[in-house]
Design a protein around this ligand. Structure first.
Ligand code: ADE
Ligand code: ZN
Length: 324
């Protein structure tokens, strides 16, 4: 299996990563010791993972915590060649207001020079829609907020109740990027497209169970922000070998690879590219196409997308030796 020696300099976008899930384990340990909270890491599926994940919000509660986490994410991302990233945030409503936490993260994001960072408000499926609408209202003036997300378990928690808040977000110029097709099937993706006017689907891998839906995603150029290691860790697929990435790619769907919650899944973006390289049998042009898909699937302004595509073409044409 061949991985380009200069994979880290391939310009990329990361478009599916949760800030609270990206906290470095050592940093999270420090926060939880400070707050006297014991973090459990024993998850086996999406439901048990969400419980663990939500515990992070009980310890990331002090002013400066989000600044640090944004900075640490940016440091690692820049080293992996990420030039643009969209960070989904799901802060708890605790001692600080949602707006103040978002403003802190936005300020930290704006300080980064090597990577352009934008924010996504991640709504929770398990939460009442009215509460999520209030969360949206509280954050809508945050600079750098570009999209609305929807996470949490799909089974038993339909997207439809959130149709109104997503419609309102669209009216205000935000994009729609819900999770769907992770622990529920194609009907959940269909619901995200119809009820939430999804511009992009986070995961979406279970689209493969419905060939007509796969054809539609390809035809409408609806990007899927896929996270292979996450899918194995949360039991969405049994193994990487059984991952449907190849079937989606071969069907012409715009798939990118991303880390989801790297602080918990022991993965990083270069590793996800290497996994894709193996599953998709990529050569140098293939890796460049995968990076282009990440740019196409992003909500970056057209001018930035153009610059990134040009930088990817330069990397592709550089023709550095591919080595084992
Ligand atoms: N929140 C954080 N990670 C998630 C995932 N993989 N699916 C749904 N919600 C999430
Ligand atoms: Zn996710």
């Amino acid at each position: 299996m061949l991985v380009p020696a200069d994979l880290a300099t391939l310009p990329k976008a990361e478009i599916h990563v949760h800030l609270e899930g990206a906290v470095r384990p050592a940093t999270l340990e420090e926060f939880s010791a400070r707050e006297g909270v014991r973090m459990s890491r024993g998850f086996t599926d999406l439901n048990s993972f969400i419980e663990t994940y939500m515990m992070t919000t009980r310890v990331m509660i002090r002013p400066g915590d989000y600044t640090r986490v944004v900075r640490e994410y940016a440091e690692g991302a820049a080293r992996a060649g990420v030039r643009y990233a969209e960070l989904e945030m799901t802060p708890a409503l605790g001692p600080r207001t949602l707006e103040s936490v978002f403003l802190e993260a936005a300020e930290a994001a704006s300080q980064e020079r090597d990577v352009v960072l934008r924010l996504v408000l991640g709504l929770g499926r398990m939460m009442p829609a009215e509460v999520m609408h209030q969360a949206f209202d509280a954050t809508r003036d945050v600079p750098g907020l570009i999209a609305l997300g929807l996470g949490g378990p799909e089974q038993g928690f339909p997207a439809e109740p959130f149709a109104e808040v997503f419609a309102e977000a669209k009216r205000r110029g935000l994009r729609s990027a819900p999770h769907a097709g992770e622990n529920a099937g194609p009907e959940s993706i269909r619901e995200a497209l119809d009820a939430l006017q999804a511009d992009r689907i986070q995961h979406g891998v279970r689209a493969v169970e419905d060939p007509a839906l796969v054809a539609e995603l390809a035809e409408r150029r609806i990007p899927l922000a896929v996270c292979p290691t996450s899918n194995v860790r949360l039991g969405v697929v049994r193994s990487l070998e059984e991952h449907p990435l190849r079937r989606l790619w071969d069907a012409g769907v715009s798939v990118s690879v991303n880390t989801d919650d790297p602080g918990f899944f022991d993965c990083d973006l270069l590793g996800e590219y290497a996994i894709a390289g193996r599953l998709l049998d990529l050569d140098r042009a293939g890796y460049a196409q995968l990076a282009r898909n990440s740019v196409d699937g992003s909500f970056a302004p057209e001018e930035m997308k153009g610059d990134l595509r040009a930088a990817i073409a330069d990397w592709e044409n550089d023709g550095a030796e591919i080595e084992a």
